[in-house]
Design a protein around this ligand. Structure first.
Ligand code: FAD
Length: 415
């Protein structure tokens, strides 16, 4: 049966969308529709069989599929309908949303609120300007590898090279084991491993996998199938024989839908601009999870989704009336890569706020952080070395208390 207009339409059934749906169910919202374009709901974690998902939200360390089952189990309720294989193709003011899928056909719904939770995607090899031949088999992203392994699709050969060293790159090692593959090298263009030094030490010394830092892939070798990669770094050029090469990290928000729908996009995050309650600049449309910025963990995304779900319930109940127009900008100095949320609304102190995510662009000299409202420093943190792949948290209390008179909230590197 085609769906009728719900109170809230959630687009994307990953951790953020499912946790938002759970909050909507818990707060008694009358009708909720969750759609996902994938064959099955669950987002990225459903394809990652290794441990490490949900921490922060469930206080358990589970595999991706176990975390997905837990999220799906929590939303079984008569007020909620879940449609997989259903893509949202446009959001218009109203809000009105166009959906396309085998169960609903082509349909326009008029929900009272929308939550955009469309997650992230990895940039493929072509977008990373890696030279060399274009083998038909063996060049993939982490997400593609995870999906192949989860769906039982054979991964070519037995030797795998990984490009990138952020947290997700290390999950390839576990996935490779499931697939009967051996990781023969990790290659990192930056001078340092992006993930934890302890993790890198275990991989180097216990697993005996070489990690080449300050090194670029300058060529991919092979015809039909990858035969190796050529790298260039501090030890000079070298050739690593391998059967597959996995490009890891380099995530960007999957904000195509939001962008094409005219929702304001932050050029720094490439995701929708939101206030601390997840409100975009289109009335009735909220956003949560990694679509806001690449990339936070599944537990963090679920917490964010749950908070935004609670705010949507308040909006539907009429207790949250202001929209983003009534908010002030949160501006981060150029030393930072981005800050989320990008706006702060002062009138909804009772509603939960999404946690701040602040990141630096590169590892440089130690910097202090100060949050200024007018000439007043309302929060600061001593100078220390910041790493691009680590989230810098900012407490919301001091901002909430002082934001009343502000025209702008500044995140600076000077006290
Ligand atoms: C390889 C890999 C390993 C990882 N390892 C870990 C780990 O060990 N621990 C951890 O905590 N996190 C890990 N992560 C990160 C984790 O997967 C994300 O933090 C989490 O999935 C983000 O949740 P989300 O709901 O924001 O987005 P996603 O999980 O990406 O879900 C977004 C959903 O939106 C759907 N969608 C997109 N566009 C549309 C549309 N137009 N219409 C309908 N549906 C749409 C997609 O199909 C998808 O299901 C890993 C990620 C990757 C890629």
């Amino acid at each position: 049966m085609p769906p009728s207009d719900p109170d809230c339409l959630v687009i994307g059934a990953g951790p953020a969308g499912l946790a938002a749906a759970h909050a909507l169910v818990n707060t008694g919202v009358g009708s909720i529709l969750v759609v996902d374009r994938d064959e099955t709901p669950g987002g990225l974690p459903q394809y990652c069989r290794h441990l490490g998902f949900g921490w922060g939200y469930t206080h358990r360390l589970e595999t991706g599929p176990a975390f997905t089952r837990r999220l799906l189990g929590a939303i079984q309720h008569p007020s909620l309908r879940l449609l997989a294989r259903t893509t949202a193709t446009a959001i218009r003011p109203g809000p009105a949303v166009d959906l396309l899928g085998p169960e609903c056909g082509v349909i326009t719904l008029h929900p009272r609120a929308v939550i955009v939770a469309t997650g992230i995607r990895e940039r493929p090899r072509a977008a990373r300007l890696v030279p060399g031949s274009r083998p038909e088999r063996g060049v993939m992203t982490t997400g593609q590898l995870q999906q192949m392994v989860a769906r039982g699709v054979p991964v070519p050969g037995r030797r795998l090279a990984v490009v990138g060293t952020e947290h997700v790159a290390f999950s390839v090692l576990l996935t490779a084991r499931h697939a009967g593959q051996r990781v023969v090298a990790m290659v990192e263009p930056d001078e340092r491993v992006a993930s934890y030094a302890a993790l890198a030490a275990i991989v180097r010394h216990a697993a005996r996998i070489p990690i080449h830092v300050g090194t670029r892939v300058v060529n991919i070798l092979g015809g039909r199938q990858v035969e190796g990669i050529e790298i260039d770094g501090p030890s000079g050029p070298a050739r690593i024989p391998c059967d597959s090469v996995v490009f890891s990290g380099d995530f960007i928000p999957d904000s195509v839908l939001a962008q094409a729908s005219g929702i304001a996009i932050d050029p720094r995050t490439r995701g929708p601009v939101v206030d601390q309650h997840g409100r975009t600049d289109m009335p009735g449309v909220f956003a949560a999870g990694n679509v806001l910025r690449a990339v936070e963990s599944s537990g963090f995304s679920a917490i964010e989704g749950a908070r935004v779900g609670t705010c949507v319930a308040a909006y539907l109940g009429g207790s949250a009336t202001a929209w983003c127009a009534a908010s002030r900008p949160v501006e981060a100095a150029p030393d930072f890569d981005y800050v989320v949320p990008q706006r702060w609304t002062t009138d909804d102190g009772r509603l939960p706020a999404i946690p701040f995510s602040l990141r630096v662009r590169t590892t440089g000299a130690p910097i202090p952080i100060a949050v200024k409202i007018g000439d007043r420093v309302v929060w600061s943190d001593a100078a220390r070395r910041r790493r691009p792949h680590r989230r810098i948290g900012i407490p919301q209390g001091p901002i909430a208390r002082a934001a009343g008179d502000a025209t702008c909230i500044e995140v600076c590197t000077t006290l």
